[in-house]
Design a protein around this ligand. Structure first.
Ligand code: GLY
Length: 396
C-alpha cells in the first residue's frame, strides 16, 4: 500500500453536526407529512421530490425500484436519534409494505434486495426485535440467493436470470447488498449465505478492482463456464473510467464485507479504493460524477458519492488497528462531511425536500443530473450520525 494522499488539514466539524442533523429532521418530518405511505421518486425535480410515477401495474407512489428503503432507513436513524414516535410509526408502516412487497414478489428481480431489506426490515429487527422485519428480510435474502450463479460464484445484479444482456453480470454496488446475506446467515446458521458472500466479494476484489486502484462499474462472467469476461460501465463516462459513486461503493462495501468475513484482502481493497478516491478529489473534497474530471472541469458533482465515501471512511477508521491510519481516514471523512454541510445542503430546510443537493443519478442517460437523491439523503444522515456518535452502528 502506498502512502496516504494529502487531503488537507483536519477540519473541526463537531459544532456543525448538531445543526445539520436538526435541519435533516425538520425536512424529514415535513416529508413524512407530505408523502405519507407513498414513495417519492429516486431523485428530485428541482427542489421537490415528485411522487414515484406510475409504471406498468404499479400505481403512482408504489413501492418499486431500488431506492424506496432509503426513506424508512432515514426514519429509523431519526428515531434512534430523537426517540420521537412519529419516526417509529412511519418506519413500521413502511415495513408492512416491504413485507407485502416480498410476499407478493413485486419487482424482486434485482440484487438491490440488500439495499431494500437491510434498511427497511433488518433495521427494525435490530432496533425493536420486530418479527415482521426478521421474516421479510429472511424472505428477501432467500430471493437474493436465487441470483447466485454457479460456477461463476457471483450474484447477478440486474434483470431476469435468463436475460442474455444481463446474465453473468454484476456491479460494484452489489457489495452493499451482501450484508443482508451475512445477516441471514447469522440468523439461520445456514452456511450458504456466508459462502455466497465470500465467493462474490472475492470475485469483485479480483476483477472489478483494477490494478491502478480504480473500479469498473460492472463486470461480466460467462455464466456457463464461470470465466471472467470483461468490465464495462453503465453510469460512468467510459468503460475504463472511474465512476465516482462506484468507487465510493467500493470503499464502503469492501470495508463492510471485511468486517463480516475477516478477509484481510477486502480491507486492503477498501483502502485502495479510498486512497484513489481521496487523491482525485477536487479542492472542495466532493467528487465530480466521474473521476476523469478534476478541478476546472465543466461537469456536475455527485455529492451522494461523497456521502457514501464518508460512511466508508468512518467504517475503515473503525476497522484499522493502526491508530495513525485510523485517524487519517477519520480526518478525511470529517473534511468531506464539512464540505457537504457547508456547500451541498439547502440554506434553509424549507428550500428543498432533499437534505443533500447536487447529486447525479445517471449522467449518460440524463437522469437525475444535479438533483437531490434518496440515497444521497440517507448516506448524508448516516454520515452525520457516525460523526456525532462514534461507535454507533448502522443497519448494514
Ligand atoms: N446502485 C445504483 C447507483 O448507485 O446508481
Amino acid at each position: 500500500m502506498t502512502s496516504l494522499p494529502d487531503t488537507g488539514a483536519p477540519v473541526a466539524i463537531d459544532p456543525r453536526i448538531d445543526a445539520a442533523v436538526t435541519d435533516v429532521l425538520v425536512t424529514l418530518r415535513r416529508n413524512i407529512d407530505g408523502f405519507g405511505l407513498r414513495y417519492p421518486d429516486d431523485t428530485t425535480d428541482g427542489a421537490r421530490y415528485p411522487v414515484r410515477p406510475a409504471s406498468g401495474d404499479f400505481a403512482a407512489g408504489a413501492n418499486r425500484g431500488w431506492t424506496t428503503s432509503f426513506w424508512p432507513g432515514m426514519m429509523w436513524i431519526a428515531w434512534e436519534t430523537t426517540g420521537d414516535d412519529v419516526f417509529r410509526r412511519a418506519g413500521l408502516a413502511h415495513l408492512a409494505d416491504f413485507a407485502r412487497r416480498v410476499r407478493d414478489e413485486d419487482d424482486l428481480d434485482t440484487h438491490d434486495l440488500g439495499f431494500l431489506y437491510t434498511l427497511a426490515a433488518v433495521a427494525p429487527w435490530r432496533l425493536l426485535g420486530d418479527p415482521e422485519g426478521r421474516s421479510a428480510a429472511l424472505d428477501a435474502a432467500e430471493h437474493l440467493m436465487r441470483r447466485f450463479l454457479e460456477p461463476a460464484g457471483i450474484v447477478q445484479a440486474w434483470g431476469d436470470l435468463s436475460d442474455p444482456a444481463q446474465r453473468g453480470r454484476t456491479i460494484i454496488d452489489s457489495l452493499m447488498n451482501m450484508p443482508l446475506l451475512t445477516w441471514a446467515g447469522e440468523q439461520t446458521g445456514d452456511a450458504r449465505f456466508a459462502d455466497a458472500v465470500r465467493r462474490h466479494t472475492t470475485q469483485l476484489r479480483t476483477h472489478i478492482l483494477r490494478e491502478d486502484d480504480t473500479t469498473f462499474h460492472t463486470f461480466y462472467w460467462d455464466a456457463e463456464t464461470g470465466e471472467p469476461l470483461r468490465g464495462a460501465t453503465e453510469q460512468g463516462a467510459f468503460d475504463d473510467s472511474c465512476w465516482a459513486r462506484g468507487q465510493a461503493w467500493g470503499i464502503y462495501g469492501f470495508a463492510l464485507n471485511h468486517r463480516a468475513t475477516g478477509d484481510e484482502a477486502l480491507l486492503d481493497a477498501s483502502r485502495r479504493c479510498a486512497e484513489y478516491f481521496l487523491a482525485h478529489l477536487p479542492a472542495d473534497r466532493v467528487p465530480f460524477w466521474d473521476m476523469v474530471y478534476t478541478d476546472g472541469a465543466d461537469a456536475p458533482r455527485d455529492s451522494s458519492s461523497a456521502a457514501i465515501a464518508v460512511c466508508g471512511l468512518f467504517e475503515l477508521a473503525e476497522l484499522e488497528t493502526d491508530a495513525a491510519r485510523a485517524a487519517r481516514w477519520r480526518e478525511a471523512a470529517q473534511g468531506m462531511l464539512a464540505s457537504l454541510i457547508e456547500n451541498y445542503t439547502p440554506a434553509d430546510p424549507a428550500d428543498s425536500d432533499a437534505v443533500l443537493l447536487h447529486s447525479v443519478y445517471d449522467f449518460p442517460k440524463g437522469i437525475g443530473v444535479d438533483q437531490g437523491t434518496l440515497w444521497g439523503d440517507y448516506f448524508y444522515l448516516e454520515a452525520l450520525t457516525r460523526a456525532a456518535r462514534p461507535g454507533w452502528r448502522p443497519a448494514w
